[in-house]
Design a protein around this ligand. Structure first.
Ligand code: FNR
Length: 377
């Protein structure tokens, strides 16, 4: 068991990333940190945040400051959510149960993955009174999707997050090179009761992608079906194109998550942050809009909020904090993120999230601000 204490030298949330190699075997680290292909989109996500600077302001009174917000009427104390990340037993034996405890302790909304290594009911129990949403991958059999929905509703999840951008994911070259194979104890616990659908052999001339991997990929019909199959609000995750955003909102999505899956779906896709202003313009001010992919600090969250997001999700950082210090680490990481955001808001003269506007940012590259790299301790 990893020690349940905060490792020395952690002063910022991103320090958990720097320490990840000390707490994770090399092959697991390669799988988690890697994106897909040659990690170009992973790099683009970070570069996009570095292409903006925050403008400090003077003589602003922020003594009544707070970060409260509401998403579709659901209140939150801060704009950080825990992104759905699968197979958390790779990082810690307590896996999603530890993450859920940290979420409850920090009033953070947890988004539990369909592919969690702990059943969704046990995650909900560990999350206690804390907010929780369930991320859904549509299953090849609709009966199995309906069962997942019923289980999520019964376990008190308050929203469904439908992920649409990962029907096919290109392999990560770094994970392949490190020889990563998913260990059996990390398999998707939610799905073990569902008999796998029989594979359909490809006909001569069929594509392994079009007629193979994409055979069960969601269509617009599936989305309409899902919207009528649950009473919970349905968010859609994986939106990049403004036209898709407009169409999904018109179809009935409760909110959208601008995301490229942390660079894990299409290597060469643009940074999520780069598309955020266009998506916000497409859906208008009233559409609840979240962003993920590349968030490593409170200042990154500030930039995303300035460019149109209502809140952000944190993916890999939760894995790294979980590996380093279990539930305590995840709670500590979230506390650091919130404090970093408070500090950035105070410096920029913003007392509330509504005060964070595009005018708070200045486009870079600027000669005085090199790309950020956390220095070694
Ligand atoms: C993910 N992500 C993900 N997304 C999802 O909708 N369902 C899932 O099961 C998973 N699983 C998963 C596993 C691992 C190891 C990673 C790193 C990511 C994507 C995740 O929700 C989020 O979009 C990205 O992680 C955000 O980028 P950052 O914060 O990791 O840079």
């Amino acid at each position: 068991m990893p020690p349940e204490r905060i490792p020395p030298g952690i002063h910022n949330a991103i320090d958990y990333e720097r320490l990840a190699a000390q707490h994770l075997p090399a092959d697991r680290l390669a799988y988690i940190a890697g994106g897909c292909g040659w990690d170009r989109t992973v790099a683009a996500n970070r570069a996009a945040f570095d292409s903006w600077a925050v403008l400090p302001r003077l003589l602003r009174d922020v003594r009544g400051g707070h970060t409260r917000l509401a998403l579709n009427g659901q209140p939150f104390l801060h704009p950080f959510l825990l992104a759905p990340v699968a197979h958390q037993r790779l990082a810690h034996p307590d896996a999603e149960v530890a993450t859920a405890r940290a979420a409850e302790a920090t009033d953070t909304c947890l988004v539990a993955s369909t592919l969690s290594s702990t059943p969704l009911e046990a995650i909900a129990q560990a999350a206690g009174q804390g907010p929780r949403w369930f991320q859904l991958y549509l299953q090849p059999e609709r009966a199995h999707t309906l069962d997942l929905l019923a289980r999520a509703e019964a376990a008190g999840y308050q929203a469904i997050v439908l992920t649409l951008d990962a029907s096919i994911q290109l392999a990560s070259r770094s994970a392949l090179a490190a020889g990563f194979v998913l260990p059996p104890e990390c398999l998707a616990a939610n799905l073990t009761g569902y008999a796998p659908s029989a594979p359909t052999p490809l006909a001569p001339g069929d594509s392994r992608i079009f007629q193979g991997a994409m055979r069960h990929a969601p269509t617009r019909c599936d989305l309409d079906w899902l919207l009528s199959a649950t009473r919970l609000p349905v968010w859609v995750k994986g939106v990049l194109h403004p036209d898709d955003a407009r169409a999904l909102r018109a179809a009935g999505a409760a909110g959208l998550i601008v995301s490229n899956h942390g660079g894990r779906s299409l290597d060469g896709a643009p940074a999520s942050l780069a598309l955020l202003p266009a998506v916000r313009a497409a859906v208008g001010a009233d559409c609840p809009l979240l962003l993920d992919s590349g968030i490593r600090s409170g200042q990154d969250a500030f930039k995303a909020l300035a460019l149109g997001a209502d809140a952000v999700l944190v993916g890999r950082l939760q894995f790294y904090a979980l590996a380093a210090a279990g539930a305590l680490g995840v709670a500590h990481m979230l506390t650091l993120l919130a404090e970093e955001l408070h500090a950035c808001m105070a410096q920029a003269g913003c007392a509330t999230l509504a005060d964070i506007t595009p005018g708070a940012l200045l486009p870079c590259p600027c000669p005085c601000l090199p790309p950020f790299e956390a220095p070694a301790c």
